[in-house]
Design a protein around this ligand. Structure first.
Ligand SMILES: Cc1cc2nc3c(=O)[nH]c(=O)nc-3n(C[C@H](O)[C@H](O)[C@H](O)COP(=O)(O)OP(=O)(O)OC[C@H]3O[C@@H](n4cnc5c(N)ncnc54)[C@H](O)[C@@H]3O)c2cc1C
Length: 397
């Protein structure tokens, strides 16, 4: 059976791996980037740890899978009547069975200047830019920003804020730059951090952040950004390092092909109990309007579910119904402290940080063979030495 999968992220890669076990399947995996990105580790790479934890070439993942063709292309259109896909560059691909797993994109909610003046943390390019910016200021210009601002009090903003202080201090020590009092500030528009988690966890995490020197400002609405910083609740906030971790939206592919997809209020694709659209296209991971969409574990769960159903259909068996499963969430706050939450279970401190380490190992092993998974996992504690070598001259952003 010919199966085409679009998207080389958690959902797309896991589906391709699962389906590749059946040698009668011929799989084409189309992705616009050559690497699989392990998003939960990006903040670590941005703050001086090895990039090997954050991205793995798709070619490496599928090197031993002879029935998987990896194609690097950006898909822009789908036509279910001719069962074809078209790419931005004009290539056309025909499919028998189609899986869409294109992930989310960053949105700035229309806030003026953020796209130009804020750093992002959602891709390899954004991470490299941020890392070089932090490095250049300290190592080449011997300057430490008085205030580093992270917008967004969700898991990504918190993980990054906690790791950034240590990274900046390490750079300052290495380049003998006096750092005085570096302020790392999280701005959150809501009245509490981690609005999707319990109030108890929000309070514990806030306490922990403040203990390690991060300033948390709640009910702070960013109105605009400029070269000098931000306007927040009508007042200026000076900073040359503003990092946006806040908004995500569904991939614009679906609004561009709206004739073929019914969208929920949050912009995600409405799917049936087998994660399919009316045209029989599987839509999974962040793209699907399922209860726990937006998490890597849900993307993996979806991938395993549809792989089994594709096999059942081929074997003439009745496909199963989708059941959403609440994944546990662990938010690290620095190296040896984390907050864990799952149903009624709450855990804080180093035991939760051990759980996060275990979850990461399992996350890598979901995609990579054990040896490579251990390598990527170990890279989380390896300090990358690229800040000891010269970097390109300063860019505007
Ligand atoms: C910084 C960050 C930290 C996170 N931390 C966690 C965490 O700790 N725990 C957790 O559970 N979740 C976390 N998440 C969420 C998690 O990463 C996502 O839920 C997960 O990646 C969704 O998987 P996916 O396969 O649907 O999409 P993705 O993994 O985003 O994959 C989408 C793929 O599609 C490709 N693509 C996009 N458009 C096109 C196109 N037009 N043509 C071809 N290819 C295309 C992309 O390049 C990408 O390879 C985090 C997300 C971010 C951004």
């Amino acid at each position: 059976m010919n199966i085409t999968i679009v998207g080389g992220g958690f959902a797309g890669v896991k589906t391709a791996l699962k389906l590749s076990h059946d040698k009668t399947n011929q799989i084409t995996l189309i992705s616009d980037k050559p690497d699989f990105q392990y998003f939960p580790a990006l903040y670590g790479t941005a703050t001086g740890h090895s990039h090997l934890q954050s991205w793995v070439p798709l070619g490496t993942i599928f090197s031993s899978k002879l029935n998987v063709d990896v194609v690097i292309d950006s898909i822009s259109e789908v036509d279910p009547t001719t069962k074809s896909l078209a790419s931005k560059g004009g290539n056309v691909y025909h499919y028998d069975r189609l899986v869409l797993a294109l992930g989310s994109v960053t949105t700035y909610f229309g806030i003026k200047g953020l796209d130009e003046f804020a750093y992002g943390i959602k891709s390899e390019e954004e991470i490299q830019k941020l890392k070089h910016h932090l490095y250049q200021a300290i190592a080449e210009e011997h300057e430490v920003e008085k205030q580093y601002v992270i917008i967004g009090g969700g898991p990504t903003g918190i993980e990054l804020a906690a790791a950034m202080g240590q990274y900046i201090k390490r750079l300052c020590k290495h380049y003998k730059v006096p750092h005085g009092k570096v302020r790392i500030t999280i701005l959150e528009a809501m009245p509490r951090l981690l609005p999707k988690m319990s109030e108890k966890t929000s309070a514990k995490v806030k306490q922990r952040l403040e203990k390690i020197g991060v300033t948390v400002r709640l009910n702070e609405k960013v109105e605009s950004a400029s070269v000098d910083g931000l306007m927040v609740n009508g007042k200026p906030l000076k900073s040359h390092t503003v990092i946006w971790t806040s908004g995500v939206a569904n991939n614009p592919f679906f609004t561009a092909n709206t004739d073929h997809f019914e969208l929920a209020k949050n912009g995600k694709v409405i799917v049936d109990e087998q994660l399919r659209t009316k045209d029989g296209i599987y839509v999974i991971g962040d793209n699907a309007a399922t209860p726990f969409s937006g998490l890597a574990q849900t993307a993996l769960h979806d991938a395993i579910f549809i792989s089994k159903n594709i096999k059942r259909r081929r074997d003439g068996k009745k496909p199963k119904k989708y059941r959403a499963v609440l994944p546990p969430v662990v938010v690290p706050v620095g190296e040896s402290w984390a907050a864990f939450e799952w149903h009624w279970i709450r855990l804080y401190g180093w035991p939760a940080s051990l759980l996060r380490r275990a979850a990461d190992l399992m996350g890598y092993h979901d995609i990579l063979p054990l040896g490579q998974a251990l390598g990527a996992w170990h890279a989380q504690i390896v300090v990358e030495d690229d800040y000891f070598t010269p970097t390109p001259k300063k860019s505007n952003k």
